[in-house]
Design a protein around this ligand. Sequence first.
Ligand code: NAP
Length: 246
Amino acid sequence: MSRPVTLVTGGSRGIGAATCVRLAAEGHDLALGYVSDAGAAEETANAVRAAGARCVTVRADTSDEADVERLFDTAATELGPVTGLVNNAGVTGPLGRLADARTEDLRRVVNVNFLGYLLCCRRAARDMAVHGSGAIVNVSSAAATLGSPGDYVHYAATKAAIDALTVGLAKELGPDGIRVNAVAPGVINTDIHATMGDPDRPARAAAATPLGRPGEPAEIAGAIAWLLSADASYTTGAVLRISGGR
Ligand code: NAP
């Protein structure tokens, strides 16, 4: 049997990087998308190759249609038809109340977290329908249902949109043999918190989390790998919350 070819956006760091490494261990070949950190992308790619998988890295801004098309084209040319998509690349923008947010920050979050996911899902739907099979996992957030008041309601709203996208697209693509699911992580130990100016967020979140700690990227990667696997063959339209009980 041929190996699955999975495209992971934002595969250079954090949850995406852990997902690439986990999928490589489970026999996937990987197309790893990133936007700026070529060093991190190469480091993750090396870990993927060390696990015996093929890996191509592609610099591509997922909010840009031409970049997304090039990302998928490169994956198909280098590795073969894409059988799986992990829509993971995401940003939060600075913390704060909506009343104080700058339009350019709102636009960036919507463009990366929502338009970018739509562009990647659209291309995956077109490609996978040709083969009559495929699986998509969208990385949402527990913020979609918590709302994140005072922090980033705009980010939470984009993630709620991803949940709706997941439910609708699963129904639309089911007849084509394509499954669409999402994971909704709680607070996970990655760079995203320091990037938005709050490096202590995971430690602080522990107190509000029934399991008493933030999550690790590998704990999300395992769920994504399951959703892509044959063990999840009857699972579609699901939003799997992985938030330590929050
Ligand atoms: P992270 O550590 O900050 O990594 C972000 C990844 O996305 C990097 O690989 C980055 O590439 C890439 N990226 C950012 N903007 C991009 C763009 N425009 N085009 C292509 N790639 C882009 O983030 P993370 O915490 O792993 O988050 C991954 C996903 O999980 C996001 O969708 C996030 O909303 C979601 N999530 C995270 C948490 C959490 O607590 N960490 C909780 C819930 C949901 P470069 O390396 O090139 O910059």
